[in-house]
Design a binder for this molecule. Sequence first.
Ligand code: SF4
Length: 489
Amino acid sequence: MNGEKTTKGMEMFKVKLTGHDYRYEVFQILNLFFDKSQLDFNSSDSWDIESVLDLNRNAVECNIYKDGDVFIKKQIKLHQLDKKDIKNAIKMAILNAAEEYTGKKMPWGILVGIRPTKIVHELERNNYEREEIRDYLTSNYHVSYDKALLTIEVAEREKRYLTKKENSVSLYIGIPFCPTRCVYCSFTSNPLGKNQRVVEEYLDALIREITATLDCLNEKNINVDTLYIGGGTPTSLTSEQLRRLFETLSSRLDIKGLREFTVEAGRPDSIDEEKLLAIKEAGCERISINPQTMNDETLRRIGRNHTSEDIVEKYELARMIGFKVINMDLIIGLPGEGVEEIRRTMEKLRVLSPDNVTIHTMAIKRASVLNEREYSDKSLSAERMYEIATEEVRNMGLYPYYMYRQKNMVSPLENVGYCKESTECIYNIQMIAENISIIAMGADGVSKLVFEDENRIERVANVKDVGEYIKRIDEMIENKKRAIDIISK
Ligand code: SF4
């Protein structure tokens, strides 16, 4: 180590690549252990970490240096020389070296930027048995035994929902407004206060996009499988605005014929009886009411204008109105929360007994919010909190059915959706499995066109900014028509 520090006082590492240029892959693994600002790939005079590909010896190496001498050396023999195997071996050597250097174990090993269940489905297609899949994940990716079992369990559940009718798509509609903005928000969300007038203009534009999209799908005889209205917070709209949106949908779409229709009601401070009735009468049986935490102090700290009592009240109202499935989202690692807080949240959730619980792990820019010390303390307790939450939901009779991983989590964990028997959210599974094209409408909607035969996905994005979306709605509609044209061929 050269003793150099970042401006935040963290150790700096100069990184050298020898015999290859897989900088992104090297960065992905080092970034699990160190902040981006600690890694320098541009030094030409000296280095602390060296990743080597030596094709003469069919081997890769990762060396960590201290005072000019090799301090840690990890070597892996290459058995195959295709690109994927070489990249994985490079990642594995770095993972082994960094784990020894930091003393931290990464439960997901080198699985970064890959959807874990996709690997399971692929292995199953190649006739691997359950135990073989588990061993493949633990040895080829260094995934821990527990995470390998979790991945297999989720993959088995999601498999039931991966079948679909020929020539079908799912729809996503985005409402990018919220009562206020939460401090951790990474979505396109505009606080209502400043934007009341814009909401109406947005809805006009959105209705134009929905109308054109549904007309185009009907013209081409494309079936709609599932419909998801998300955000932001869709219930930021008034009940009249919601009814207008649903009328547009039902004028061109057989809502009763959908396999699933979900509305993310989201924050309790946006929900009232009129809005819930509008949603129910539109034929939707599945909503989310997302507490994130049941601790009032945390709710205040994260910028929410409601209490845990409001969450209970709106949940009971939704039950009384008769929604069949209610999901609740939780976040592990919210500012100021520890083991005590998550226990309290889970106790309150147990009483409510929601049908789905989605457990997210907070994702933050590590260096900008917390210093290194705070981060490592935080990640330890995040792991414990995560264990408590998952144990509790399993005790509530829920099982995991979909899962994804994100960058910059406070701990190297995962986001998992749990559900009671047969209440899986099919749209969530489809989003992760990428087995069906999703046509997304609204600002920041990203349509994903799936070409299964070619193992390829094409993305068609609407603009993010609400003002731009309204201004450029004709262009958005044209792009959408072109996208539908491509998948109908
Ligand atoms: S409710 Fe969700 S989308 Fe809205 S501000 Fe909070 S985190 Fe962002």
